[in-house]
Design a protein around this ligand. Structure first.
Ligand code: NOJ
Ligand code: CA
Length: 703
């Protein structure tokens, strides 16, 4: 008996710690192959290949816990299960009206032999990449636990080229750097440009979505999907081994996630293709999110809007009403006694002018920032109670302006700058949304500028991540659509909550007037930031010389006027702003016509040309007509496209209007030189189009 027990325990030991045979799982088309195994220490590990080329070399998985044995060794495989899934689903809005979700799945059920704690790894393998997540079933052995660090590795097969922004717990509003992985450390100091609230964490730390290209032509993207009740994942490069290590955003105490079972992490995603266009066409992130949970989505409508906004960003006007108050106690302040500063933009007269302009040119909404009291000392004071989100300034007639807008078939768009005081926003949220319902607003642009309150928390920690989703869910109860700036970068949650119609969460057009944007920026964003969801990039700046708007502001756009048009197609969003001042559009009414006509919801999207950092050309078919629209964005070297219109209906003649850079156009010297050409086209037409340095083009093809 004794010897039997001895043999059994030796056998068990051998079973537990000898590497088990790898389990392989291929994508439906067989090109992407995932392999899972346990190392001899019982550490879960995986690798990924694409057409037999290595995408992720053997990489280990697990967690360091704050207390008790970590979840990174001594595992055995208890069971595993394979399934296949295929369906087509219809997004409420999107780049296409039907999305295919087709994957093979492997779920590996693991048990830690030393603690009997259970952890499952679920892998989904698509034709365009892999998603995996950790799952913790309900169990006595693991109830409440605190993560000290997630230990997911992404081992690169070479010193790839990367398009990266610094890893940061608080902001993504950075310019991209293009470099080899091995150069990240030396380039980091110049990449960490100043921002009002920033917390970079490592000289080799970068953010997701991260875009990479291998020397042998593989395009690889690392990101996450369905980030819920968990901190945002960054990547920290071990440059000696070219391994990215997950790095979670901590909370105020340095902890990296408070969880209790049953629970699971977000999906870690690896997209791959040897054709850059397929990365843009990928719906992997959306597919890994849960289907829509809202039973009625009829109130969710794509929005094209203008706003009382650019004049504040350029410094021409102010959000604040008065210069009288050095500090403000919101409960005691009396604005009726304050002297107006004369630059407050959100006043009745101006807002009416914007409403008239929106009505005349067919825009759905007018955003008005600086309408509510508190802006005099909102910025950077770590002040808890800055805004109440319901009290207008004396020169903003909340009721009258809404009635005026509605009488003209236009809505006002609400603005909630929270000054990153999340708790204060949550305290006022119900009344703020109710006020919107009372006056007929159905969309809000929210914002989170500055350091988070509660103090010590970060924009991308678990606490703040939960706040952003709370705001979206509460908004849905009030039939309100949300466009959140400075919030967590999106991870496809707009599939589940399609009232999340936009986010900023990257360096947007405002930086053209505040600092700079590199000309190649918009050739990278669709590969990175837009993978998780639409961006309120606020394009459409026609007066590229900002000093013409505000003589004190010397900035110039890093884009031509024609490229500003192209962005309405290349930067997909169901929410698009025409961001310039009405008077600037009035100077270029022929080019403005494109912004008026371009749809914000699509039946089909075709990615005609793409190379990160260089150019992107996309053709999209309107969801509600047979018209097509083409857009291009190009870097500082310009680009010549030869595109075939073979996507048009065979035998039908269309009328194309081409908005292009003039031959002499150049983003630095002649940004506003454009041409407009009309031409009959059909499915056999080939067009040669030239984007200037920092330029682009747009085409409207009417059926
Ligand atoms: C930053 C946002 O990105 C910008 O659009 C907004 O105008 C300001 N915050 C003020 O809320
Ligand atoms: Ca911003």
């Amino acid at each position: 008996m004794k010897s039997f027990i001895l043999t059994l325990s030796v056998w068990l030991f051998a079973y537990t710690f000898s590497p088990v045979k790898a389990q392989e799982l291929a994508s439906p088309n067989g090109k992407v192959v995932l392999s899972f195994s346990l190392t001899k220490e019982g550490t879960p590990s995986y690798k990924i290949s694409y057409k037999n080329k290595s995408v992720i070399k053997e990489s280990t998985l697990g967690f360091l816990l704050k207390k008790g044995e970590s979840l990174n060794a001594h595992f055995k495989v208890v069971d595993s299960k394979r399934t296949t899934f295929k369906e087509t689903w219809r997004p409420v809005w999107g780049e296409e009206s039907d999305i295919l979700n087709h994957y093979n799945e492997l779920c590996v059920f693991l048990e830690q032999t030393t603690t009997h704690r259970k952890m499952n790894l679920r892998f989904r393998v698509y034709n365009d990449g892999v998603g995996f997540r950790y799952e913790f079933p309900e169990q006595k052995e693991l109830t409440y636990f605190v993560i000290a660090e997630e230990l997911s590795q992404f081992a690169m097969a070479g010193d790839h080229t990367a398009w990266w922004i610094p890893g940061d717990y608080d902001t993504q509003e950075y310019d991209y750097t293009q470099s080899k992985l091995s150069q990240i450390r030396s380039l980091m100091p110049q990449a960490v440009i100043k921002n009002v609230c920033q917390t970079p964490f490592s000289p080799t730390g970068v953010q997701t979505s991260l875009m990479l290209k291998s020397q042998d032509g593989l395009y690889i993207n690392l990101h996450e999907a369905a980030l819920v009740n968990y901190p945002c994942m960054h990547l920290n490069l071990d440059e000696q081994h070219l391994i990215f290590q997950s790095h979670l955003t901590p909370d105020a105490k340095g902890d990296k996630g408070h969880l209790y079972t049953p629970c699971h992490t977000p999906w870690r995603t690896i997209m791959v293709s040897d054709d850059a266009r397929e990365i843009l066409a990928s719906r992997l992130i959306l597919n890994l999110n849960d289907p829509c949970v809202l039973s009625d989505t009829s109130w969710i409508k794509p929005v094209k809007y203008i706003g009382v906004w650019w004049e504040m960003i350029t410094g021409k006007s102010s959000w604040a009403y008065t210069n009288d108050f050095p500090t403000i106690d919101l409960d005691k302040v009396n604005y009726t006694k304050a002297r107006p500063n004369g630059t407050h933009a959100a006043n009745n007269e101006k807002v009416r002018r914007y409403i008239d302009f929106a009505a005349q040119h067919g825009f759905d909404q007018v955003l008005v920032e600086g309408w509510n009291i508190g802006w005099e000392d909102w910025f950077d004071n770590s002040k808890d109670y800055v805004f109440d989100f319901v009290t207008p300034y004396p020169d903003f007639d909340l009721k009258g302006l809404n009635a005026y807008a509605h009488s003209k078939g236009v809505k006002l768009m609400m603005h909630h700058e929270t000054s990153a005081s999340l708790r204060n926003y949550e305290r006022h949220m119900e009344k703020a949304y109710q006020l919107m319902n009372d006056y007929g607003y159905n969309s809000v642009k929210s914002g989170y500028v500055g350091s988070i309150i509660p103090r010590g928390e970060y924009h991308y920690g678990q606490w703040a991540v939960n706040h952003y989703l709370y705001a979206i869910k509460e908004a849905a109860k009030h039939k309100i659509m949300v466009n959140a700036h400075e919030a967590i970068r999106p991870t496809g949650l707009c599939r589940t909550y399609p009232n999340l119609i936009g986010n900023e969460s990257a360096r947007g057009t405002e930086y053209e007037a505040l600092e700079t944007i590199k000309p190649f920026h918009t050739t990278i964003l669709p590969f990175t930031r837009l993978q998780g969801g639409p961006m309120d990039y606020t394009p459409g700046i026609f007066e590229t010389d900002i000093s013409k708007v505000n003589p004190q502001n010397p900035h110039k756009l890093s884009s031509t006027l024609a490229k500003q048009l192209g962005l309405y197609v290349t930067m997909y969003s169901p929410l698009q702003m025409a961001a310039d001042l009405p008077e600037n559009y009035e100077k270029f009414l022929d080019a403005f016509e494109f912004i008026k006509k371009v749809p914000v919801d699509w039946q089909k999207s075709l990615y005609l040309e793409a190379e990160p950092g260089q150019y992107i050309t996309i053709a999209r078919k309107d969801k509600h007509s047979n018209n097509w629209f083409v857009g291009n964005t190009s870097n500082e070297n310009g680009h010549t496209s030869v595109i075939s219109l073979d996507f048009l209906d065979k035998g039908h003649v269309y009328e194309a209007t081409i908005y292009a850079d003039a031959p002499e156009a150049d983003f630095q010297n002649n940004a506003k030189a454009y041409t407009i050409t009309k031409k009959k086209v059909n499915a056999k037409t080939k067009l040669t189009l030239k984007a200037a340095r920092g330029g682009g083009y747009a085409i409207m093809i009417n059926y």
